[in-house]
Design a binder for this molecule. Structure first.
Ligand SMILES: NC(=O)c1ccc[n+]([C@@H]2O[C@H](COP(=O)([O-])OP(=O)(O)OC[C@H]3O[C@@H](n4cnc5c(N)ncnc54)[C@H](O)[C@@H]3O)[C@@H](O)[C@H]2O)c1
Length: 243
């Protein structure tokens, strides 16, 4: 388990059951050190599962410069893009390191990257967050075929509104019927953990009503767009040298 701050779950689970490594997932060096230690800790079995779940949302005021609210006498500062660095870059770093250590051991692995409803719908209050979560969906669908030959599955999960530190200010404000329980979220992870069919590149949206929904990419509006996306892969492979 890794987090930028200490996590009380570590004490509950006990030191024999969990290795905690304080890590800023936006740092490649820190993640490389984390995965190296985790691989050693796992022993000959190696790493089998990655949940790339660390995340944060747009800090208050981060849009001020963009939407013209910066004070007139202030030099406009660049927007804060922490959600891109942590939610997106952090997950990309984690997946590459996970794939490296799974391959090194010659075993199979499963990765689940955390997106959000903001990964497929607009979220005007948190645009950088929405951008990072949309990117996780596109990355999952796009990278999955390249890792399949190594028996590494990559899927994305889109949690419903779930109680957590991030959502604490909204608890009691959002009506209960729209709140997804932790049990439902854990059960949604089991959809991937229990899968024997090598499911990969899938996007699973979780709803408060104890349901999850596999979400396909948008339907193609015409035949040319379908062809470009589904049948042009051979041309891309030829030009860019991809498998
Ligand atoms: N709770 C929800 O309703 C909800 C809905 C959709 C998606 N999500 C996603 O679920 C994931 C978990 O969020 P949560 O709701 O449990 O919130 P949370 O704030 O309780 O957990 C997020 C964790 O990420 C850690 N983190 C933040 N920046 C980090 C960094 N640079 N390096 C390492 N760790 C870092 C935080 O310390 C925190 O422990 C996030 O990716 C979030 O975007 C949550």
């Amino acid at each position: 388990m890794a987090d930028i701050q200490e996590n009380e779950a570590v004490t509950e689970l006990g030191p024999d059951n969990v290795l905690f490594v304080k890590t800023d997932v936006a740092s490649w060096e820190q993640q490389r050190a984390l995965f190296t230690r985790a691989d050693e800790w796992a022993g000959s079995q190696g790493l089998a599962f990655l949940a790339a779940n660390a995340g944060l949302s747009d800090p208050p005021g981060s849009l001020d410069g963009l939407v013209g609210k910066a004070k007139a006498d202030e030099v406009v500062t660049p927007p804060t893009v922490d959600p891109i660095q942590v939610n997106l870059l952090g997950a990309i770093y984690s997946l590459q390191l996970f794939a490296h250590f799974v391959r090194k051991r010659g075993r199979a692995g499963k990765a689940v990257l955390t997106s959000s409803g903001a990964g497929i719908y607009p979220m005007p209050s948190h645009p950088a967050y929405a951008a990072s979560k949309h990117a996780i969906v596109g990355y999952t669908r796009s990278i999955a075929p390249s890792l399949k030959p190594d028996s590494i599955a990559v899927n994305a999960i889109l949690p419903g509104f779930t109680p957590s530190n991030m959502t604490a200010p909204l608890l009691g404000v959002i009506p209960d019927q729209y709140v997804t329980s932790l049990d439902t979220m854990v059960a949604a992870y089991d959809v991937f953990l229990d899968d024997d069919s090598q499911m990969t590149g899938q996007v699973l949206e979780v709803s408060a009503s104890k349901k999850w929904h596999f979400r396909d990419h948008p339907t193609y509006p015409d035949e040319e767009i379908r062809w470009l996306n589904e049948e042009s892969a051979g041309f891309f492979a030829k030009v860019f040298g991809l498998a």
